[in-house]
Every structure is written in structure tokens, then in C-alpha cells.
Design a protein around this ligand. Sequence first.
Ligand code: T3D
Length: 260
Amino acid sequence: MAFEIIGFEIEAGVAIITLNRPDKLNSFNQTMAYEVQSALDYCMEDAAIRCVLITGAGRAFCAGQDLEEAIAPNSASIEEHVESKYNPMVRRIRAIKKPVIAAVNGVAAGAGANLAYCCDIIVAAQSAKFIQSFINIGLIPDTGGTYFLPRIVGMHKAAELMMLGEKMTAQEGKDLGIIYRVFPDGELMEGAMELAKRMALMPTKGLGLIKKALNMSLRHDLDQQLEVEMDLQGRAGRTYDNAEGINAFLEKRKPVFKGE
Ligand code: T3D
């Protein structure tokens, strides 16, 4: 797949989406947002892709909405920006039945921070910063931020991050349980790819079903979720990889999962 702005490569079952407007700190203009959506659609359909990794080119992960585009005379309304650019990205990342990793290489601000938060696993470079910068320009968090952050860190921490708009370091994010691993600068991509390739060899259907269960858990009570677990466990139990996992265990060998 060829794109005008983003990078898109596939390596060892991992699709790497690179936000690529480094002189604008990879802030989202319309074309880049639509390209990310198309790349995610492609990842959804291609069974050979078993893990998706999103990162940024240059010194930033993503500075959110391109503010020059936002105030351009012919710009769409804010509601249209949110509905056409950000909401479809969040919905795709949560719906894709494969793990999505955010490799946050530098500053992640506004919609850029919340793009990372809606991914399944976040790894970050030591110098990366996360900023709910919306309030610094008089806006409220979008891109799913008001949904995910209070559920991840609790109401008061979310309020602090969103209302004060201060920088959070990668280490603080790890201490809060948001970030899986912090890598020294310069070692992020190697570490992120190692993780992504490992996940691309895991039981992909099972990972997709875990993701579905987690999505549903966010809005269910215990009884509803127990029903969900029964249903999804039934589906997991009918996969090739479940049979392979059990056989490999009993035969005392390493399983070879196919993602089927
Ligand atoms: O409006 C709607 O459509 C609704 C949707 C909202 C979603 C949102 O994401 S709202 C939030 C938008 N983002 C921001 O408010 C963040 C703005 N940027 C910053 O606060 C800072 O740039 C950072 C904290 C991210 C990084 O600071 P620093 O000091 O490392 O870099 P810098 O010098 O501020 O920026 C470097 C360049 O990138 C600079 O351009 P120049 O002077 O070298 O030509 C700067 O203007 C440009 N840049 C950074 N962020 C944006 C941007 N250009 C356009 N849009 C940006 N968001």
C-alpha cells in the first residue's frame, strides 16, 4: 500500500504505521488522518498481518490536531474534524481483532496522546512526554480520552492530567500502569519490534477475543461479563491455536501458532 504522508511497512507479520509530518511534530491534517484509517482497514483485512505498530517519524509521536489546518478559513467545523478524523481511528483501533502497539518515540500531545491511549499496549522512549494539551488551547480531550483515561488512571488523576494540561513523563506513565515498558532513547524501535514480532506469533484469534472481552468489560456488570467470557471462550476453544497450544503442552514442545 502506498501513501502520501504516512509510512506503511510489513515485516514478519507486523504492520508498521509511521505518522510522518516531522516538521509539524506529526500533527494530524486531514490527509494523514484518512491515511491512518485506510492503513488500519488494510490491517484488519490482511490475515498475514498479526500485529500493528504505530509510531512517529522524527522527534515527536504526534502533536494532535494540526492547528494551522484547524483555523484555516475553509476548515471543516470542529465536530466534523472529530467525527471524520479522530472517532473513526479510535473505533478502528478498538475493533481490529489484532493487537495494536503504540511506540511513543517523543512528545504525544492532544489527540496524539489519546491515540496512544486507545492502543492495546504502549511502549515509550525515555524522553517521551504525554500531554493532555487540549485545555491549553481551551478545548476538551477527544479521541476517546475522556472514556479511556478515567478508566485507566481513575477520575482524579484523569482530571489532573486533563485540567492542568501538564507534561507526564514516560516513567510516570509506567508508574501509573499506562505504559508497558520504557526504553532508552535510540532503543525504542528495536524493543517495540521485538515485542510486536513476539505478539505476531501468538494466537491471534485469542488476542482478538481478549480485546473484545476488554472492550465489553468497560461497560458491563459482572453477570454480563461472565456471559461474554463464556461465549468468547467457546470461540477461542474452537481455534486451531487452542488445539495446537494443548497438543504442544502435552507433547512438551514449543507451540507453533498460526493465528487461526
Ligand atoms: O480542532 C479540532 O479539529 C478538534 C480536534 C482536536 C484534537 C487535538 O489534538 S487539539 C490539541 C492540538 N495540539 C496541541 O495543542 C499541541 C500544540 N503543540 C504543542 O503544545 C507543542 O508543540 C508540543 C508540546 C507538542 C511540543 O513542544 P516543543 O517545544 O517541543 O515544539 P514546538 O517548538 O512547539 O513545535 C515545533 C514545530 O511544530 C513548530 O513549528 P515551527 O515553529 O518549527 O515552524 C510548531 O508550530 C509545530 N507544531 C507543533 N504542534 C503543532 C504544530 N503545528 C501545527 N499543529 C500542531 N498541533
